[in-house]
Design a protein around this ligand. Structure first.
Ligand SMILES: Nc1ncnc2c1ncn2[C@@H]1O[C@H](COP(=O)(O)OP(=O)(O)O)[C@@H](O)[C@H]1O
Ligand code: SF4
Ligand SMILES: [Mg+2]
Length: 303
């Protein structure tokens, strides 16, 4: 059995990198792999994750847990809204996290939680509320407060607004953007929604079958998409000012990530596929400065 993944990117300081791809493309798995949080039956076969020159995948579990996760890199995991423990007060849960990871008194930790709650737009009176007493949007704000509790440098937000209605979604995105800018956070924003990438991200990586198939600045990806999969995703976005037409969709579904076909993983769904595509896997190649595409014909189709 051969598992997918061919990921190579640099997260720039104080910038937002978007990971986009349809459901099942392996985005969450990449986020979990970065922090070595994959389930115990998963195998990280190769690769490295460098933070300040140190490969954190080589650290002993204890050091990773104590020094890196949460303190340096925190994760707002998918469906995090349900991650709050229903039987503990929200403020106490965040306080426990602070006490477990840093050397502060109970009083100081409580004060820090109250400041954090205000920072994410929750009144500090809510410190004593139980999760069920908060709305979905407020629970997500509390989760963001928890992610920021130890002043991390990097936040990975996995579909942070998917479960929310559109109005609350916009508020949470604004909050994330404001916090990211004011705290100069580096952020990886994972989403299946390209419009979020356009709104929030400096750079974008398009993921297909556990691999990056296109990578560039967001502006470049939108102006000059150079992979058929990216083009398909873009064609599926409704255009407000264009004449009404039937929305395009990408026929078929992603391959089984455990048994990947040889050649280009997108070949079965690609209207440009040739015999070469089916037989040989294209490399992720720089087709113009800073713009990478994993397609044999990127230069031709990207024009
Ligand atoms: N690199 C990989 N190798 C093997 N299986 C993978 C890999 N990446 C993802 N999967 C599997 O594919 C499924 C979907 O992955 P997931 O990361 O949840 O996708 P997404 O977050 O994009 O919806 C999961 O069952 C996961 O275990
Ligand atoms: S390599 Fe071939 S099959 Fe793959 S995306 Fe490019 S044209 Fe399509
Ligand atoms: Mg996911």
């Amino acid at each position: 059995m051969k598992a997918a993944s061919n990921i190579n990117f640099t997260l720039e300081k104080a910038k937002v990198l978007g990971l986009a791809g349809e459901s099942g493309s392996g985005k969450t798995t990449i986020a979990l792999a970065l922090l070595r949080l994959l389930p115990s039956n998963a195998i990280l076969k190769s690769g490295s994750v460098f933070l300040d020159g140190q490969n954190i995948l080589e650290l002993p579990e204890n050091a990773l847990r104590k020094e890196i996760r949460w303190k340096r890199i925190s994760l707002v995991s998918q469906a995090a809204m349900n991650a709050l423990n229903p039987v503990f007060r929200v403020g106490e849960q965040i306080k426990e996290a602070i006490l477990a990871h840093s050397d502060v008194s109970d009083k100081e930790a409580e004060q820090r939680v109250k400041e954090l709650l205000e920072e994410v737009g929750i009144s500090q009176e809510r410190y004593a509320s139980y999760p069920h007493e908060l709305s979905g949007g407020m629970r997500q704000r509390a989760i963001i407060a928890m992610a920021l509790a130890l002043n991390p440098d990097i936040v990975i937000a996995d579909e942070p607004t998917t479960a929310l209605d559109v109005i609350v979604q916009a508020q949470i995105l604004l909050l994330l953007k404001r916090l990211q800018t004011s705290k100069k956070l580096s952020m990886i924003l994972i989403t299946h929604d390209l419009s979020l990438i356009a709104e929030m991200c400096d750079n974008a990586a398009i993921i297909y079958a556990g691999q990056i198939v296109e990578y560039a600045s967001t502006r470049e990806v939108f102006r000059n998409p150079s992979h058929p999969y990216t083009m398909g995703l873009m064609a599926a976005i409704p255009k407000v000012y264009a004449p009404k037409t039937r929305l395009a969709s990408i026929a078929g579904s992603p391959p089984d990530l455990i048994n990947l076909p040889r050649g280009c993983k997108f070949a079965r769904r690609c209207k440009f596929a040739t015999q070469k595509c089916v037989q040989e896997e294209p490399p992720l190649e720089e087709i113009s400065p800073g713009h990478f595409s994993k397609c044999w014909y990127a230069r031709e189709i990207g024009q």
